[in-house]
Design a protein around this ligand. Sequence first.
Ligand SMILES: NC(=O)c1ccc[n+]([C@@H]2O[C@H](COP(=O)([O-])OP(=O)(O)OC[C@H]3O[C@@H](n4cnc5c(N)ncnc54)[C@H](OP(=O)(O)O)[C@@H]3O)[C@@H](O)[C@H]2O)c1
Length: 288
Amino acid sequence: MTGVLVTGGTGKTGSALVELLRGSGVPVRVASRRASAGDPDAVRFDWEDPATHPVALRGVDRVFLVPPVNTVDPMPLVGSFLDEAQRLGVRRVVLLGSAIVSPNDLSALELAARVRARPGWVVLRASGFMQNFLSPHPVGERIRRYGEIRTAAGDGRVGWIDVRDIAAAASVLLADPAVGPSDQRDYLLTGPKALSYQEAAAIITARTGRPVRVVTIGTDEQAANYRAAGTSAEFAAAIAAVEDGIRAGREDQVSTAVLDLTGRPPRTFAAFAQEYATQWAGGGSPER
Ligand SMILES: NC(=O)c1ccc[n+]([C@@H]2O[C@H](COP(=O)([O-])OP(=O)(O)OC[C@H]3O[C@@H](n4cnc5c(N)ncnc54)[C@H](OP(=O)(O)O)[C@@H]3O)[C@@H](O)[C@H]2O)c1
């Protein structure tokens, strides 16, 4: 088969991509640790089980790569996968990477460099997801339960992007491996406008009528919150440190890449908030 292996195919970005590719008539293989028996396109795939990698890759010529989640060190698992993809002649890999990568995240930097180095392979540097404001993401869950965002990002802004726009950009690059200038290996993907947490909270409040307050905390406290939610100490420190970068203004950027690739402007935060307004209805206990 020629077609696209979508890793993270059951996740937010991957599932939106699968829908778009299917809509364009592109054959897909939907990778998941729990391949559903009802989906003829499903393939069992587990980053932790390298035996599943060649089976998932066999016969496809394009890959959407969602690296292993919840780790600061993806390369031990992804490196051999990329070796295999290269050996099997995969023409295009589109990596879902992040706009902010700390200089200390050597493994993530190595992964992006590895993808970028290969002709036809592309890195998407995605800004913060609008969907972080929805449950079950911890930010969204806290808004739903307590009407509150706790952040160490100060009034730093982020070019929040709807994951459906990431999927749309990826689908253009994956539907036809000839698309995209051969020398462009890297796309910064953002929404149309950078917003602070305070500005995003005000938009949610305006669309829902529910007050959402922003409480400033330190990076150490944020890391402790992530650890308390079950995240490993190392990964909790890494994701809390992203807020230092936001506070320093490093996420305060927007690009035209979604429009350039898809021909449509990316969704605004206000449109996103309008669409999901009912999901922020309260429902939790008042204690914290
Ligand atoms: N949130 C942000 O603001 C942001 C910004 C930039 C980049 N990113 C990146 O976006 C990625 C997450 O994308 P998303 O939010 O679309 O995903 P998601 O909704 O969190 O879903 C995670 C996906 O990964 C799969 N998965 C989890 N563990 C796996 C394993 N051991 N082996 C194989 N598959 C596994 C899950 O599939 P099954 O459970 O079905 O196996 C699921 O499809 C992360 O790499 C993150 O760094 C996030």
